[in-house]
Design a protein around this ligand. Sequence first.
Ligand SMILES: Cc1cc2nc3c(=O)[nH]c(=O)nc-3n(C[C@H](O)[C@H](O)[C@H](O)COP(=O)(O)OP(=O)(O)OC[C@H]3O[C@@H](n4cnc5c(N)ncnc54)[C@H](O)[C@@H]3O)c2cc1C
Length: 408
Amino acid sequence: MQKKYITPPDNCTGCGLCASICTRNAIRMVWSPEGFPVPEVNSEACINCGLCAKQCIALEPSAEYHDDITSVTSYGGWNKDSDIHLQSSSGGIFSALAVQTITQNGVVFGVKWQDKLTAVFDKVDTIEGLAQLRGSKYTPALAGNVYTEVLQELKSGRKVLFSGTPCQVHALRKYLRKPYENLLTIDIVCHGSPSHLILEKYIQEHEEQSGKTIDHVSFRDKPEGWQNFHVTRHYTDGTTASLPLTTDTYMRMFLCDRALNKVCYNCPYAHIPRQGDITLGDYWEVQKIHPDWPLHKGISAVLVNSEQGEQALLQLGDKIELRKEPFVNIYSGQSVVYVRPESEIPNVRELVLKEIKTSALADIHKRFGNSRKIGPFILNTKSLLYKIVFFPLYLADKKKRKKRRASL
Ligand SMILES: Cc1cc2nc3c(=O)[nH]c(=O)nc-3n(C[C@H](O)[C@H](O)[C@H](O)COP(=O)(O)OP(=O)(O)OC[C@H]3O[C@@H](n4cnc5c(N)ncnc54)[C@H](O)[C@@H]3O)c2cc1C
C-alpha cells in the first residue's frame, strides 16, 4: 500500500504541525542528522489517514507573494521602558505587546530556553514570566504542543498573543483553520534557522576551554550597544563571558549562512504579504537616516499587516515610541528578509555540517565562511584569486546584489 504519511520533505521547516495534527500521536519531532527538527512516524501507531501530508506546509502550493513594497505600513519603534528596551533584542516592541496582552488577562506564546541546548515554545501569563521569552534564541525552536494549546486558549475566549518565525505563524494559522478575533500574531523577521549542531558544538567548545558548565547563552546583549551586540555565556557558577557579534564564533557561523535549514535559503514565507498581524525585526541602518534615535538601546522595524495589528499597536499608546517610516528605508537594511530570497543553497553547506562533528567552529568559519566550492577547490569569494579566476561568477553575484538594491 502506498504510504500517505509524511516523510520529511526537503523543504521541511520543522514547524511541527504534522505532529500536532496527528490524531493517533504517531508523529514526534526529532533532530535530523543535520541538526533540524523533522517528523518521525511511528508506523505501528499510524493508520495511514494522510492528514499530516495533507496539512504539511512544505507540501502545499507556495504562499501568496507580491513585491508591491509601496503597500506596506511600517514604523521604526522602541519600548519606552528603558530596562525592558535594553533587555530586548532590538526595540522591545514584543514585550510591550506581551505586557498589554497579559494585563488584559490574556496569554502569550513565545520561545524560551528549556535547557542550554534547547529552545521551546511556552505559554506565559504573568509579567514576570515574560523575561524568559524575551530575546532571540538563534537556534530552531521546538513547537511541542503549542498549536493545540493556542487553540484551547482561543476557544476559552482568552486573548492570545503568539510570536514566532513566519513559518511557525503560517503553521499556526493552518492548524486553527479559521481566523479568531482574540488572536494576535507576531512574525519575527527571520533570515534562517541555523543547524542545532552549531549550538551543541559551541557549548562543548566553551565548556572544554573554560572547565566550567554553561547554564545558557544570551545572544543579544547590549553592553556596547545594539549595533555591536554581544553574545554572553552564562556559567552555572554565576560568572559570564561575552564577545561582540563580530568575534563570537556562534554569531559568525550563524551570520555567514553556510549551515541554515535548506528551506530557509528560498523561504516561502519571509516576504510580503507577511504572515503575522505585526512583523518585528531590527531596523538595521537606521543610523544613516535618524542618528538622533536611541540607537544604543536598539530600534525595531515594525510592519503592520492587518487591522488587528494596527489596533493592538494603537492601544499601546505612550508605552512605546512609534514613528512612521517609508518601507524602503527599512527594507534597504536587509532586503532579503522582506522580498522572497532566491539564494542558492551554498555548495559548501554539506561540508560545513559534516566538519562540525570534527573541527573547531573557528576553523570551519575560516575555511568555509565566505567560500564557494568550485570543482575540487574551495575558494574564498572575497579573495582576489576568486575574483580573477572566476570573474564571470563574481560578476553575476555582484549583478544579482545590484538588481536587488535597484528594485527598491
Ligand atoms: C532564528 C532567528 C533569525 C532572525 N533573523 C533576523 C534577521 O535576519 N533580521 C532581523 O531584523 N531580525 C531577525 N530576527 C528577529 C530579531 O532577532 C528580534 O527577535 C526581533 O527584532 C524582535 O525583537 P524585540 O526587541 O521586539 O523582542 P525580543 O524580546 O528580543 O523578541 C523575542 C521574540 O522572539 C521570539 N523568539 C526567540 N527565539 C526564537 C526562535 N528560535 N524561534 C522563534 N521565535 C523566537 C520570542 O518568542 C519573542 O517573541 C531573527 C530571530 C530569530 C529567532
